[in-house]
Design a protein around this ligand. Structure first.
Ligand code: AMP
Length: 623
């Protein structure tokens, strides 16, 4: 094949994937590693990549400690409650104590944060959320990362991590290919910080066919953070904790600003409040500790996101859909009307376009909401990701193995969606996590932990062959098409993705089964996943673009398999409204007040599952 091999050697810190997590990593790495070689490999262009590519209207994680608003302990309590107890409090606290400084930095770099002209503090949407003019959020933050890195490789799809051959379970860099030129890229590095993002399109989306691509999370987020780390044998946690979002129908416009700032609320098709009808039954399912509606004051201690979903889903299933967002009251105020539209124009322009195209004026009618397909990610109200070490001053021994945000593979760090057990980090928290990971990675190198790394030509050549195999396969068999795009010798990446999505949807609690699954279904699904894995060896890619889609699919498949194993392992319904285990419909604190940890053996592909303690480090009560 004519593609060149391009080797970048002697890297200290390789940032694989530069969304908000990766940019934070590159920036902080330069601070602690003045003379270190920092390289970024990014699938798109760092100026517009990751989940924040199209902008944001709010920064959802800001303590405001300097204004006396919140402290990090408050945020841990909030996230813990929202996730039904299941978080890594050490990691969360660590992020929360540093996040404000990241936000102040963004402001210094030119991001316009809205301010109260009298008090001088940032304008808030809700207790944790501040409002920004954020269409250009990503380019602004990317500029800092670009100035920090020695080299930025855009358009590189990182497919695999390189492993050290002198010491087992130690990372040695990564490989991938350029999605424009097709060239093979080898990055030999002492450490790798993975910030390659969570996963959309693992589950069959509500919008298919002509609407494909209209999903809530970034459609380009292919779960590569998970795919890369799982393949290398890193332990994962909370992969069953997929998230379902209540959103404006079809455009997936976010609801946070509406609920929190515009004070809009929901109604069923009869114009009735419905949530409270479902709470008594829900309290029976999850216990009073998690939903005590008599004493739970909504604005101060919000109902967990999944439980709000549960009321929504149940009301629709009872035949009283659609659920409407009551916008007609708030939108009579011209200021709030403007904010409502700005909110979409700054981050989900598609929702504004959809409303304009379908004659929906939220001033004159209450728009429909829907619940999305599940997503596998770790920075919104969910905590999927790698099992990482916490900081030395906070973490109990089970959570600490030397370097902050290092996975169980030596020298391999995570940031953003890559790190498990840290929900509610959002953009600012992901950037902060990148910073923390980079600081620890510099220390790891300075401690001599990366000395003596060896990568053979055989390893590099083996990966090269593997990467281009779908194109070779296509070339050999392309003349054997029997009809349309059907070929008995290969499947193309679109066909493979359709198959994966159908499987996840039907067997692992997707939309068409109202998020329901059970042990039997999961076991059947896992069997089918193995068959799909065999067929993925026969992917056919007609061009470099399809090669990209092939590797995205393989990463999604690895992430999905992990979700299956975790969902099977946790025999309870911890998050009603995200998914249901029909054979264990109650939350079971006696047996499952634990974090779930998995490892896929890179040699055999076999999974082992274990329970890890879920420590509560922050006290129950606010002081
Ligand atoms: P979203 O627009 O749904 O992505 O949410 C933005 C922020 O608002 C996140 O911090 C959410 O957790 C929060 N949020 C959204 N809806 C609500 C609600 N009904 N009550 C409390 N917090 C919410």
């Amino acid at each position: 094949m004519a593609y060149q091999t391009i080797v970048e050697d002697n890297i200290d810190i390789l940032v694989a994937g530069a969304g908000l997590g990766g940019t934070g990593a590159a920036w902080e790495a330069r601070f602690w590693g003045q003379n270190k070689k920092i390289v970024i490999a990014e699938k798109a262009n760092i100026d517009r990549s990751g989940a924040v590519a199209q902008g944001l209207y709010a920064i959802n994680c800001y303590m405001g400690t300097r204004f006396g608003e919140n402290n990090p302990e408050d945020h841990v309590r909030y996230a813990r409650m929202d996730l039904m107890g299941m978080v890594r409090e050490d990691l969360l606290f660590d992020m929360a104590r540093h996040v404000d400084s990241a936000v102040h930095q963004f402001e210094e770099w030119g991001l316009p944060l809205m301010k109260d002209p009298k008090k001088g503090n940032y304008l808030r949407e809700g207790r944790w959320q501040i409002m920004i003019h954020g269409e250009s959020y990503k380019p602004i933050v990317a500029e800092a990362a670009k100035k920090s890195a020695d080299k930025v490789f855009n358009r590189i799809c990182v497919t695999h991590l390189l492993m050290d051959e002198s010491k087992e379970n130690r990372v040695a860099g990564a490989v991938g290919f350029n999605v424009r030129t097709g060239n093979y890229h080898v990055f030999k590095s002492k450490t790798v910080i993975v910030g390659a993002g969570g996963a959309s399109n693992i589950y069959k989306p509500r919008s298919v066919g002509e609407g494909a691509g209209r999903v809530w999370y970034a459609p380009w987020s292919s779960g590569s953070a998970y795919g890369l780390m799982i393949e290398a044998g890193a332990k994962m946690t909370q992969m069953e904790n997929k998230i379902v979002l209540a959103r404006f129908k079809d455009g997936y416009g976010p609801v946070g600003a509406y609920f929190l700032h515009l004070k809009t609320y929901t109604q069923n098709c009869h114009g009735e409040e419905y949530e409270s009808n479902w709470f008594p039954g829900l309290t029976e399912m999850v216990g009073k500790e998690y939903l005590d509606t008599e004493n739970q004051h909504f604005s101060h201690k919000p109902i967990p996101t999944c439980l709000r979903n549960h009321a929504f889903i149940s009301e629709v299933n009872a035949g009283r859909g659609p659920i409407h967002m009551v916008t007609m009251e708030a939108f009579q105020d011209p200021h709030l009307e403007e904010i409502g539209w700005h909110n979409f124009l700054g981050m989900t322009v598609g929702q504004a376009v959809l409303w304009a195209a379908t004659d929906v004026d939220p001033k004159n009618q209450n728009p429909e909401l829907t619940t999305s397909e599940p997503y596998v990610m770790g920075s919104h109200a969910t905590g999927c990701g790698a099992w990482c070490s916490g900081p030395e001053d906070l973490s109990p021994p089970e959570y600490f193995w030397g370097y902050n945000r290092m996975t169980t593979v030596e020298g391999l760090f995570g940031a953003g969606d890559a790190v498990g057990g840290t929900p509610h980090a959002f953009s600012s928290g992901s950037f902060t996590e990148g910073r923390l990971a980079a600081k620890a990675a510099c220390q790891y190198i300075d401690d001599g932990k990366a000395n003596g790394i060896r990568v053979s030509e055989q390893q590099i050549e083996k990966r090269r062959e593997e990467i281009y195999k779908p194109m070779e396969h296509y070339k050999v068999y392309r003349n054997e098409i029997v009809a349309g795009s059907v070929n008995p010798n290969y499947i193309n990446p679109r066909q493979g993705l359709d198959r994966l999505q159908k499987m996840m949807d039907e067997y692992c609690g997707g939309v068409t089964v109202s998020y329901m699954t059970n042990e039997k279904l999961l076991n059947i699904g896992l069997q089918k996943m193995k068959l799909l894995e065999e067929d993925l060896e026969k992917l056919g890619a007609a061009d470099i673009h399809e090669l990209l889609r092939s590797w995205e699919l393989k990463h999604r498949h690895l992430a999905a398999e992990s979700v299956f194993h975790h969902t099977l392992f946790r025999k309870e319904t911890r998050w009603p409204g995200y998914y249901y285990r029909g054979d264990a419909m109650k939350l079971d604190d006696e047996n499952w007040h634990v974090l779930t940890v998995s490892r896929r053996d890179p040699k055999t592909g076999e999974y082992t599952m274990e329970k890890a303690p879920c420590y509560h480090i922050v006290s129950e009560k606010e002081e």
